[in-house]
Design a protein. Structure first.
Length: 95
């Protein structure tokens, strides 16, 4: 089943069921989709790459893991689609 989230600025973000399977391929993300939702809703930082890839990178630090969750969202028309999510130690700034 697909999930629908809304970020801090009201942007609609979809998490298709097939992407959940992909996210679960990252061992640290097993049964932690709630971290994806929390990152989208309460991100600490976002980086937008709207020129070529039309992607947004959402980051949120989780003290209990001592790591950030990075959620990659592809923009299409008026909403975003989650491509992947995994834990990172630092923000991976594209610029």
């Amino acid at each position: 089943m697909d999930s629908i989230f809304e970020d801090k600025i009201g942007r609609i973000i979809l998490l298709p069921a097939d992407r959940i399977k992909h996210i679960y391929k990252h061992p640290e993300m097993q049964n932690r989709i709630y971290l994806v939702e929390k990152t989208i809703r309460e991100y600490d930082f976002i980086e937008e790459d709207l020129n070529i890839s039309k992607s947004i990178y959402y980051y949120k630090y989780f003290k209990e893991f001592k790591r950030n969750i990075m959620v990659v969202v592809k923009l299409k028309e008026n909403c975003g689609y989650i491509l992947t999510a995994y834990m990172v130690e630092k923000w991976k700034l594209k610029n």
